[in-house]
Structures are given as structure tokens and as C-alpha cells.
Design a protein around this ligand. Sequence first.
Ligand SMILES: NC(=O)c1ccc[n+]([C@@H]2O[C@H](COP(=O)([O-])OP(=O)(O)OC[C@H]3O[C@@H](n4cnc5c(N)ncnc54)[C@H](OP(=O)(O)O)[C@@H]3O)[C@@H](O)[C@H]2O)c1
Length: 365
Amino acid sequence: MIEGYATVEGTSNYAKGIVTGQGHFRNFAGLTLSSLGMGTYLGNTDDATDNLVREAVKKSITFGINVIDTAINYRAQKSERSVGKAITELVQAGKIKRNGIFISTKNGYVTNDADVNKEFWEYIQENYTKTGVIKQNDISSGYHCMTVPYLDDQLHRSLKNLDLNCIDLMYIHNAVEGQQDISRDVFMKKLKDVFEFYEKQRKEGTIRFYGMATWDCFRMEKNDPQYLSLSQVLVLAKQVGGVEHGFKFIQLPFNLYLDQAYMKKNQSVNEHNVSILEAAQKLGIGIFTSIPLMQSKLVAPGVLPEFGNLKPALRALQFIRSTPGVLAPLVGHKTPSHVSENLELIKTSPMNESEFTQLVKKLSS
Ligand SMILES: NC(=O)c1ccc[n+]([C@@H]2O[C@H](COP(=O)([O-])OP(=O)(O)OC[C@H]3O[C@@H](n4cnc5c(N)ncnc54)[C@H](OP(=O)(O)O)[C@@H]3O)[C@@H](O)[C@H]2O)c1
């Protein structure tokens, strides 16, 4: 097992060892984090994909990405295991230190195990229902469970899969989206239980920070039943963990097509209407963004406007990493040519705020 977690000194030393464009690394919560992260969602549940993901993680970390994102349900636990193997191999070879790398994962989906040859619900019954981890009516929307016993079970499976004793960031995965069968009041009570569990885990040293990885809730209009206010979530986090609470990050989709995080002023901070990206900056929350390439749809010729003399995938990533309020887009990549191409961006500086604003004006005219 690899011990430790991302530290102020470790992430700063990691950044010193990499040649990058100015501003590739940014500071958040004292940590030095790359403005491009890697995601591990898509892919088959086979050994060949495990090898691709493992090598992609190793190459990404070697050439300037120190933010790696996964989830227990990605490729039915195989993505977490592939990330774990990559980290272990790099640490054991002396190529990196654990304290230079920021690893996030997510719990909350009802998840089987692709390395166990069992039908999905048979696995769920054997591992969770019969053992009492999941009780009757615990599963919502047919795929989601956010009870403390289940999240406790999942966290310890994630640690084992990743072969780590501490995870830098644990997200509750698609909580609003997966819990549509309950009222908002009941949801907030459940979320409080989850935050209490995470705060306890922080004290025990199994996680450093926690957050919400989301799909719709932070992008919806205020009157949408799925809408969630970030300020309200922070009030809850403070109630549970005090001023030193560990709710520090959220994740949501953002790209040149799904632009609500930047465009929609659906959040309120001190009675001002702001976008979720602005709200997060004002409230001290870091945002990682998902599906930067719209699962490769944005990369097709002619889809994205030309700028910066960059290849299509790099334009998509450059736009997002330059958007004020974004810590890093998490790009899903494993095909070696994609990984090499995306890593070219590390040598380019993100646009500054005025270059970004000019580009937005040009794109919207
Ligand atoms: N609700 C949530 O929490 C949520 C939801 C969705 C995603 N996420 C996170 O966000 C990450 C990114 O999203 P995503 O993986 O769904 O979509 P994505 O990053 O928009 O796109 C990934 C796809 O683009 C391909 N690709 C990567 N680089 C390329 C390049 N240079 N040229 C052409 N194609 C390229 C990849 O192929 P190869 O893999 O073959 O290289 C893969 O098929 C996920 O991995 C996950 O960590 C979170």
C-alpha cells in the first residue's frame, strides 16, 4: 500500500520537476495543481483497457498532470485499480512521490465488480444486500445509494482498489441526480449524514477533502427541481465541520457546448446573481470540470472555432483551463496518440483573463 497524500511541499516539488508553459500549475488550498487533469470514465471492462489506462496515467503524471480523477463505478472498479497500479509503479520506481499527486474518486453509484464473474444484481445481493450494507429502499432511481453504511463500504473498497491509505478528494457522485425519489428536505438531511461521515473519515485520515461530483444540479435554473445552491451546501458543510470543514471541491460538466457553468447566473452569493464558476471563486471552492471534449464529439473537424493555432482537442481544453474559476478540465484519455497530443498543451500557458474575454467576445459575435 502507498501511504500519504498530496501536500503543499510535495505538489510544489512535483511542479518544479516539470517543464511547462507559465501558469500551467495553479495554487488552490495550498496545493500546486496542474491546469489539466485526467479522467478515467470511458472504456471497456477488459485487461487491454486496464493496460491502456495504467500507461496513460503514468505518462500523464510523468509529463505534467498531477490531478487524476476516477470513481468506483468507472469500468466497474477496474479504473480505480488501473490508477492504483500506475501510482504504485511510479512510486516504487522512484519516479514520483505520493505527496506530489492529487487523486480524487467518487462513491454513491451501486457498483458491481468487473473482475468478479457474476451478473450485476447477483453481485449486489451477495455483497451488499445479504450482508446488510444495503437495506430495503436504500437504492434510489435504480442505481444510487447514499447511506453511510454503503459509503463506508465503498470508501474502503476504493482505498483497496487504489492501494492507498488516503484519498485526496472523495466526491459524493451525482447525489441530486441519483436521489430524485425523495423531497429536498429529506435530501438535505441525507447530505448532512454524508458530510458527517466524510468529516469523521478526515479525522481518521482516509480522506483529505470531500466534495460533490455532479451532472445537472449546479447548471439548472433556480426553479428546476434538480437545482442546488452552492451557498446552501456550504452552510451545511460549516454546520457539520465548522470553519475548517473539508468541503472544498465540486465537479460539473463544462465545455464549449455545455457552457452553463460560465453563462448561467443561477447562483446567489451575498444577494448577487452569479454563475456557478463565480460563486465557487467567491466561496473558496475549487471546480474541476468533466467531459471537456463532449466525449470526443467536439474533436470532429469543423465543430470547434479556430483559435490559438491549436489542434481541436487542445482548443477545447485550452478554452476550459483558461476560464476564470476552473481549476482544471479532466480529460478522459487512454489511446497513446491522444495522451501525447493532450500533453502538448502543458507547454502552452493558459490564456489570461483579458485574452479569454476577447476570445469569448469573438466567439459570440
Ligand atoms: N458526473 C460526473 O461526475 C462525471 C460525468 C462524466 C465525466 N466525468 C469525469 O470527467 C472525465 C472526462 O469526461 P469523459 O471521459 O466522459 O469525456 P471527454 O474527456 O470529453 O472525452 C473522452 C473521449 O475523448 C477521446 N479523446 C481524448 N483525447 C483526444 C484527442 N486528443 N483527440 C481525439 N479524441 C480524444 C477519448 O478517447 P481515448 O479514451 O481512447 O483516448 C475518449 O473517448 C471522465 O473521465 C470523468 O473522470 C465525471
